[in-house]
Write a protein that binds this ligand. Structure first.
Ligand code: ZN
Length: 150
């Protein structure tokens, strides 16, 4: 007998549509050259910086990186209590919040560049990324800790 596991991705997406919310992911952008320095041909190829340390735009760094904010439909779940997970190594931090998104919402390249996540007007730092779903990994869960909170 062959057991056919139901494809549930569309159902999960529909649930997320219904109970989800838009969460802002702050992702480190791709470095681009300072327009002032590149226009003036001030690239220092030896040090990979600008030849003008007083450039008002890049302050001599040459490469500029801007964060990209991207709103993604997510299922946010805040931790209900202050319970700890007492594993073999003692108390393990379980996180303040989990944020789950469709696996197609972000690429692997973007995931490693997530700097912070903003949900319910609070900033979160994702410290664990778990791919979930059977038979295929169709969603990604970020276990997060609120930033600026002990
Ligand atoms: Zn510059």
């Amino acid at each position: 007998m062959t057991i056919q596991f139901p494809a549930t991705k569309n159902i999960k997406n529909a649930i997320r549509q219904e109970i989800g919310q838009t969460v802002v992911f702050v992702i480190q952008g791709v470095p681009h050259a300072c327009t002032v320095c590149s226009g003036a041909n001030l690239y220092d190829s030896v040090n990979d910086t600008s030849l003008d340390p007083f450039c008002p735009v890049c302050s001599g760094r040459y490469w500029l990186v801007e964060d990209v904010e991207s709103g993604i439909l997510s299922h946010v779940r805040w931790r209900t209590g202050d319970e700890s997970d007492f594993g073999i190594a003692g108390a393990t931090f379980t996180g303040d919040c989990t944020v789950t998104i469709d696996a197609e919402s972000l690429s692997e390249d973007q995931i490693v560049k997530i700097k912070k996540i903003k949900a319910d007007n609070r900033y979160l730092k994702a410290f664990r990324t778990i791919k979930r779903g059977v038979p295929t990994r169709d969603r990604i869960r970020f276990v997060c800790k609120e930033v600026g909170k002990e």
